[in-house]
Ligand binder design. Structure first.
Ligand code: GLY
Ligand code: MN
Length: 376
């Protein structure tokens, strides 16, 4: 195992890209973890983790990393692409089935203790691997995922861009939301708008829910028609460079009544208070409690069931977040959502969601869309 896959430019200088440097940093952190756990090799099958470690953007690949080698196994659809994108990996093409190829690489690496992603590899694949490879297996949980909680500068830049796109989308569509359109029409408009502003795609299925339908926290846009006097909840995000944004805003079609205003302000104050305590060292469950206690004190405790937020990364829900049982302790570089809500059956609901970056001294709110109650 010797070829490192580093390409040399025409002028004889290695052309190191920002992605190459990011990958070097990620590999170094992974290798420290291997050493710490006295493991020889890790077999990475979760595609979010494969993409993170390698820079690959295709749909299918397997990464195998030891303290001195890094191999990426792809099928023929991706050989050329992976060779261009993953220059810190030796790219190898497999035919038909990846597990025998992976077993071969692991053997070449003279592995005694092999970590595999026990929270991802199927039971069937694991059984098959055992028939191909006689090593000591270590069923790792969140082995790479936890490295991803603290973002590097390349990741933060992508998230900032994704957030800028969803902010622009919100700014655009508030000029177009009108009674008489359906939830589905508005959702399609938002998806198209994000693409027009540069999104690779929507980061998840856009939620638009109006009136009583907004009481469903994760409503699917329907043919329901938006009516004057209704609250409209929109939860949407852009994916840019493999990273998402996640933004929720709730607006009122026309003048808000007293209850709509009270619920909205309760959610907003809960969110502002929670954001205020987001800083390095803060415990996820304490941040959750700040918002939850505020909502409970206002008399709406039974209407806020979900966690306050989640880690945002390659996946939209990318790991532990803010909840009653969270064990996460915040560190600089983590990106989290803060999204309290109140959902009242047969009445409707309000959620307000921002994405925040934990900094050395507190947090930066990345999302810029206004949180004033808009009466459109
Ligand atoms: N934006 C979808 C969610 O956070 O669940
Ligand atoms: Mn969210």
């Amino acid at each position: 195992m010797s070829r490192k896959g580093t390409r040399v430019s025409g002028k004889g200088f290695p052309e190191t890209t920002e992605m190459d440097r990011a990958v070097e940093g990620r590999l170094a952190r992974l290798r420290s973890k291997l050493a710490e756990k006295r493991l020889d090799v890790v077999l990475v099958t979760n595609m979010d983790n494969v993409r993170y470690l390698t820079g690959f953007t295709g749909s299918t690949a397997t990464a195998i990393v030891s303290k001195s080698d890094a191999v990426l196994l792809v099928d023929s659809r991706y050989t050329l692409q992976a060779s261009e994108q993953c220059r810190r990996f030796q790219v190898r093409e497999y035919k038909d089935s990846v597990l025998p190829a992976a077993a071969c690489v692991v053997k070449e690496m003279k592995t005694r203790r092999l970590a595999f992603e026990a929270d991802h590899m199927s039971y069937a694949d694991h059984r098959k691997l055992r028939t191909l490879l006689s090593v000591r297996y270590y069923g790792a949980l969140r082995f790479v995922d936890d490295l991803r909680l603290v973002k590097d500068s390349q990741e933060v830049a992508a998230i900032r861009q994704a957030v800028a796109i969803s902010d622009k989308c919100f700014e655009d569509v508030i000029g177009r939301i009108k009674p008489g359109m359906s939830e589905r029409e508005l959702a399609i408009d938002m998806d198209f708008c994000m693409r027009r502003h540069g999104a690779d795609k929507p980061a998840f299925d856009t939620i638009v829910a109006a009136g009583p339908h907004a009481a469903f926290p994760h409503a699917q846009p329907s043919d329901r028609i938006l009516e004057a006097g209704q609250l409209v909840k929109m939860d949407f995000g852009a994916e840019y460079g493999q990273y998402p944004s996640d933004l929720t805003r709730t607006v009122c079609l026309g003048k808000a009544d007293a209850k709509q205003r009270e619920v909205y302000n309760t959610v907003l104050q809960a969110q502002l208070k929670a954001i205020d305590v987001v800083r390095p060292g803060a415990a996820g469950k304490d941040v959750d409690a700040v918002a939850r206690d505020h909502i409970a004190a206002a008399g709406y405790g039974e209407y806020f069931g979900h966690g306050l937020g989640h880690s945002l990364g390659r996946g939209v829900h990318d790991g532990p977040g803010f909840s009653r049982t969270s064990t996460i302790i915040l560190e600089p570089g983590m990106v989290m959502t803060v999204e309290p809500g109140i959902y009242i059956p047969d009445w409707g609901g309000v959620r307000i969601e921002d994405d925040v970056l934990v900094t050395e001294s507190g947090c930066e709110i990345l999302t810029g869309a206004t949180k004033e109650l808009l009466e459109l």
